[in-house]
Design a protein around this ligand. Structure first.
Ligand code: COA
Length: 139
């Protein structure tokens, strides 16, 4: 798998990957999320491309001027448990580190035991914090 920045032609394949990995939610339009992310210098989407050109993995990463964040980490369900997820996280970490970001964070739904085990294996620690949020778009 080759890891490279998202290109315009990847859009449909990336959305299909997110849907296959059950990462899309009714309140987050993936198309809008992609457009917003790639329009900013502080954020990017990295994709994993298989030898046959298929998009088989993704991760969105970016920083807010303080911390780095990961979103939309996905590996094609037929290719999971082969090290691709670890490689995508390493690429996102490198992207953030190259921009001087000292710490990377992410949110996992508490019931998502598989992903907790994955980040445990990568050496990530759970921080006991409450995440507060409020919509700014009037929805
Ligand atoms: C989470 C996800 C990206 C992991 O990708 P992956 O390619 O299967 O992970 P890797 O093969 O790189 O695994 C890395 C390590 O995590 C461990 N791991 C991965 N999935 C695991 C699972 N379900 N249970 C326990 N450990 C797991 C592996 O054993 C491996 O450990 P090791 O290197 O010590 O052997 C993938 O399962 C996925 O796309 N899930 C659906 C989308 C999702 O939930 N994304 C995260 C949103 S917060």
């Amino acid at each position: 798998m080759k890891i490279r920045p998202f290109a315009a032609a990847d859009r449909a394949a990336v959305i299909a990957l997110w849907q296959a990995c059950d990462l899309t939610r009714s309140w987050n339009d993936p198309d809008t999320d992609i457009s917003f992310c790639i329009s900013r210098a502080e954020s990017t989407i990295l994709v994993g491309e298989a030898d046959d050109g298929r998009i088989v993995a993704s991760v969105m990463c970016g920083h807010d001027g303080h911390r780095g964040w990961l979103y939309y980490l996905a590996v094609d369900p037929t290719l999971q448990k082969s090290g691709h997820g670890r490689a995508m996280v390493a690429a996102a970490e490198a992207w953030l580190a190259a921009r001087g970001v000292p710490k990377v964070m992410l949110m996992v739904r508490p019931e998502n035991d598989k992903v907790r085990a994955f980040y445990d294996a990568l050496g990530y620690a759970i921080e006991e914090r409450l995440v507060f949020s409020r919509r700014l778009d009037g929805r």
